[in-house]
Design a protein around this ligand. Sequence first.
Ligand SMILES: NC(=O)c1ccc[n+]([C@@H]2O[C@H](COP(=O)([O-])OP(=O)(O)OC[C@H]3O[C@@H](n4cnc5c(N)ncnc54)[C@H](OP(=O)(O)O)[C@@H]3O)[C@@H](O)[C@H]2O)c1
Length: 336
Amino acid sequence: MASLRWGILGTGFIARTFARDLLLAGLSVTAVGSRSDEAARAFSSALGGQEVTAHGSYSALVNDPRVDIVYVATPHPMHAEHAALALTAGKHVLLEKPFTMNAREARAVVELAGRHGLLVQEAMWTRFLPHMAYVRQVVSSGALGELRTVVADHGQRLPGNPDHRVNDPRLGGGALLDLGIYPLSLAWDLLGAPARIQADATFSALHVDDQTSAVLSYDSGAQAVLHCAKTAASPTTATIVGVDARLEVDGIWYGPSTVRLVDAAGTVVDSFDGIGPGRGRGRGMHHQALAVEAALREGRTTTEELPAEESIAIMETLDTIRALIGLRYPGEELSG
Ligand SMILES: NC(=O)c1ccc[n+]([C@@H]2O[C@H](COP(=O)([O-])OP(=O)(O)OC[C@H]3O[C@@H](n4cnc5c(N)ncnc54)[C@H](OP(=O)(O)O)[C@@H]3O)[C@@H](O)[C@H]2O)c1
C-alpha cells in the first residue's frame, strides 16, 4: 500500500503542529477541514507549497475520496462525534487525546470502527516515541527487577483566560483530561490495570480541575504516583523504579527525551538519547503516524503500542478518578 493520504479535521494549535510533522517526515497531507472556508484556506497555505485541499466543513473533508485517514484535532467533547463522522464515511481515524470524554463514548467509537473494519487510534503520541520503546525494552528485559513505583508529572502554566478551552467546562477544560492523561497512560503502559485508585484535586472558579494528583495501587504491590496541573509548570519528569534499578526520563518526558538507567547504588549504567540528530526538527508527532501507516500496510487495524481496547480502559480509569474528585461536564452522564 502506498503511503496514506491524510486529512486534518480542525485547524487549531495541534492540527498545525501535527500537519507540519507529517510533512517533515515525508508523509502526505491531502486535505484539511474546518468549520470555516477561511480557516481551511489559511491552514492549507500555511503548509506552503503542498497541494492541500481546503474544505469549509468537516463533512466535506471526511467525504473527500482522496483522503484515507482523518486526524481529529477538535476539543475533547467533539472527539466522539467527529470520529464517528469520519468512520461512517469509511475513513480510518487518528483521534487526539483524551480519546473521548468518558468510557461510554470510547466504547461506542471503537464498536463503530470495528463494525466498519476501520482503524481508530488514540493519538497518544508519547507511546510511539523512540525513548518510550527503550523504556519498554528495559522494563521487559528485567533489568529493573520487580517494578515498585512509577512517578510522573505533567504541569504546564497554560493560559488563564476563561474562554480558552483548557478553562472552559463546555470545551472539556481541566488538567486531568488534557495533561493528566499522559502520566496515566504511562502507568497503564508499564503496570496495566490498577487495583485501587485514590485521587484529589483543586478546582478553578469555573469548576474544572486546576490540578489533580492520583495514587494507583496494583496487586503486585507497585504504586503509580501521578500529578497534573494547568496553572503551574512542573519538571515534567518520569521515574520508573524497580528493586534493582530505575529509569529516569528527563523533562519533558512525554516528548522526545533522554533516559538514564541507574542501578541501586546510583551509578548510571546505560542511557538513551531519544532526541538525537533530529533535535529541533519538528515535535516528534510523526512517529504515531508511521506506526498507523505500518499497521494498515500489514493489514492490522490496531497498533501494538496502544490498542483501542486499552484506550477504553484508560477512559474507565479517568471516569473513576473524575468520580473521586467530583469532575463533571455540562450535559454529560458518566458511564460505569
Ligand atoms: N498531542 C498533543 O501534544 C496535544 C497538544 C495540544 C492539544 N491536544 C489535543 O488536541 C485537541 C485540540 O487541542 P488544540 O490545543 O489544538 O485546540 P485549539 O487550538 O483550540 O483548536 C481546536 C480546533 O477545533 C475546532 N473546533 C471545532 N469545534 C470547536 C469549538 N466548539 N470550539 C473551539 N474549537 C472548535 C477548531 O477548528 P476549526 O475552526 O478549523 O473548525 C479549532 O481550531 C484537544 O483534544 C487536546 O487534548 C493534543
